[in-house]
Design a protein around this ligand. Structure first.
Ligand code: GLU
Ligand code: ZN
Length: 290
């Protein structure tokens, strides 16, 4: 059974880049007679915006998306992350670290972690993070859009599982939650490719079922910046729903019938499911958005 999902972080409202990821994952799940689940990645309260979760849900509804099952909230899943961390501690697949970012940069000249605390006992009692102990093995997968992918560039990548401020790191949460939700297929932006390497490393370490990844290209603005909250991408509004859906389909390489501009949005989505072909997604988006 195919289970896909969309997992926005409530750090702001959805923008056109989010619509591309939501749409691609939604259409792929429905085309494969699968389920499409919605998870809110509310892991990082300091970065979240009040009301963003409600707005995201509202916007998805306005664009005609239907999610199967109840919405999953990462803020309600902390005990599952702790269980996974305990499992990794027991398996010696992670270790505590007391280094601050500043100390790592001072020591190494960059931010790539040097495994200092793997060899030096931790003496601090507070502000301890936990890091994954990488095996040095390359992580490889066949991406449904990008083709064969390999992590060989950074074999030693002891990424953080629990942060110094005691918040859970996205890398651990996403691996645990995708597993708990029974997710089999993840369709998301190319900007998360490095996270997929980490997720697959954790899947192996935690003995979870493998996931099929597909990374869609990232849409950029005229300055070449990725559309994001940081680059002030405008929020999706309920005004141009049909236009935005058809534009997103066009960018994703799918056939678009302009007559649908005046149709009901559910008709656009229905037709898009019927015509969906993941192989037609380009490796880069040619159109630039303002
Ligand atoms: N919540 C994260 C984001 O919005 C990750 C989403 C994902 O894993 O698909 O960037
Ligand atoms: Zn350290």
């Amino acid at each position: 059974m195919y289970i896909g999902r969309f997992a926005p972080s409530p750090t702001g409202e959805l923008h056109f880049g989010s619509l591309l990821a939501a749409l691609a994952s939604y259409l792929d799940a429905n085309k494969n007679n699968g389920l499409w689940l919605l998870r809110i990645d509310d892991l990082d309260p300091p970065r979240e915006q009040p009301g963003a979760t409600e707005k995201i849900i509202d916007t998805l509804d306005q664009y005609g998306f239907h999610w199967d099952r109840d919405i999953v909230l990462q803020s309600q899943s902390h005990q599952h992350y702790q269980q996974a961390l305990n499992q990794l501690i027991k398996a010696r697949a992670c270790y505590p670290c007391q280094c601050s970012r500043k100390e790592i940069i001072e020591r190494t000249g960059h931010t790539q972690y040097d495994q200092h605390c793997l060899f030096t006992p931790v003496t601090k009692e507070k502000n301890i993070s936990y890091r994954f102990k990488s095996t040095g093995k390359t992580v490889q997968w066949l991406d449904s859009i990008q083709g064969i992918q390999s992590s060989s560039e950074h074999p030693l990548n002891d990424f953080v599982l629990k942060r110094r401020d005691q918040l859970w790191a996205y890398q651990l949460a996403v691996a645990v939650d995708d597993h708990r939700m029974g997710v089999t297929h993840v369709v998301r932006g190319y900007d998360l490719l490095a996270e997929s390497v980490n997720q697959l490393a954790l899947i192996t370490a935690l003995n979870l079922q493998p996931i099929n990844f597909a990374h869609i290209p990232v849409i950029k603005n005229l300055n070449g910046q990725k559309l994001s909250k940081q680059s002030y991408a405008p929020a999706l509004t309920s005004k141009d729903v049909n236009y935005n859906l058809l534009l997103a389909l066009d960018l994703l390489g799918q056939s678009v019938d302009k007559k649908l501009l005046t149709a009901n949005k559910s008709e656009i989505l229905q037709q898009a499911i019927v015509n969906w072909d993941i192989k037609r997604i380009p490796l880069e988006f040619s159109t630039l958005m303002t």
